[in-house]
Design a protein around this ligand. Structure first.
Ligand code: ADP
Ligand code: MG
Length: 330
């Protein structure tokens, strides 16, 4: 059974193709950066795995997610087996939708107000009674539009000024800033709705660079899926310091608290492969603020603990394809 991989960035998908090729698994490259969808056709046999990215517009592929939505609904209504299908795409493209799903599973999310206009954003800021907030794009990835504001005047200058960076879907989130006592966030990786590992991402460099009242967090340090996206890139000497895999997270009390909740979200929202990012406040309370369905991995950090999530992903896709093929034969 062919494994059809739906994506728009070959740099991020090549490592997966390499593993599939090594395992002699037939695959096809459904690059959505230039493609039409013939609704009258019958989908090619095989299984489909969607890894469309919310940040595709930053690579010149403005409508790739919309085209992927057309493709996925065509596949699903034709009864094709799809992993990370249309609901995964719905979450990938819309943080507000992610937050609803997280809250439904009793996961704490930083308080968030979805805004369109500058005056809405300032009113949202006022509702936090002077607490620091961050702005972020509702359709994001790569830390798009993430900036920290500790005072109203700085926020006003930004949202009403020339330099305002709008989200591609027109919606900006005003979100409570979670002040972590130690500068790191943690990303929880799941493949096939099973927890694989936690990766701790050092955020200190980003904060060191920021002036007190106005700082941009848009930095590779915040995004394991950005410039340090893993296998496809040359090893980054900094990345083993920046990205540290914790293989013992599942046994920790935080792991026991968070992991079943994340798996619950994955089951409810039909996510097969995803990563959840959380930050912990001074009281040790974790807040999840991002779900990624287009996951990349840091191969330098993986080398330290001897694991390859891309290889696990390839194995999972092969297993799923074999299962579907057995079902079809029965
Ligand atoms: N509420 C928050 N409090 C503190 N830091 C945050 C918060 N939200 C995001 N960040 C920082 O900004 C980074 C990017 O935000 P995120 O929501 O993950 O956007 P993206 O989808 O673009 O990755 C995070 O990894 C984290 O370091
Ligand atoms: Mg993120």
């Amino acid at each position: 059974m062919t494994i059809h991989v739906i994506h728009e960035n070959i740099d991020w998908s090549q490592p997966l193709f390499d593993h599939l090729a090594k395992k002699q698994a037939p695959y096809s490259d459904l690059d959505m950066s230039a493609r039409s969808v013939d609704l009258m056709a019958t989908p090619a046999s095989g299984i489909y795995y969607n890894r469309m990215s919310a940040s595709s517009h930053t690579r010149g592929h403005r409508y790739a997610p919309e085209m992927t939505s057309a493709l996925l609904s065509w596949l699903e209504t034709a009864g094709a087996p799809v992993l990370n299908g249309s609901n995964a795409l719905r979450l990938e493209l819309n943080k507000a939708v992610q937050y609803g799903a997280l809250k439904q599973a009793s996961i704490d999310v930083p308080e968030t107000i979805v805004c369109e206009t500058a005056s809405d954003m300032l009113a949202a800021y006022d509702s936090f009674s002077g607490a620091p907030v961050i702005t972020k794009h509702n359709r994001a990835g790569k830390g798009l539009g993430v900036q920290l504001f500790r005072d109203r005047a700085a926020l006003e200058a930004y949202v009403a000024g020339e330099g305002f960076d709008p989200s591609v879907d027109g919606l900006t989130l005003i979100q409570r800033y979670i002040e972590a006592p130690k500068p790191f966030i943690t990303r929880l990786e799941f493949i096939g709705q099973q927890f694989l590992y936690a990766v701790r991402v050092d955020t200190s460099e980003g904060f060191e660079l920021c002036p007190a009242d106005f700082c941009t967090l848009e930095d590779a340090a915040f995004c394991p899926a950005d410039s340090n996206s893993g296998d496809s890139n040359a090893p980054n000497s900094d990345s083993t310091a920046k990205f540290q895999i914790d293989m013992d997270f599942a046994a920790s009390s935080l792991g026991q608290y968070l992991l079943p909740k994340c798996i619950n979200v994955m089951k409810t929202q039909k996510l097969d492969v995803s990563a959840f990012e959380f930050i912990t406040d001074a009281d040790g309370k974790p807040y999840i603020y991002d779900i990624n369905t287009n996951t990349n991995y840091n191969s330098d950090a993986e080398a330290v603990v001897g694991i390859s999530a891309m290889e696990r992903l390839a194995d999972y896709l092969i297993e799923f394809a074999t299962h579907q093929s057995d079902r079809a034969a029965a």
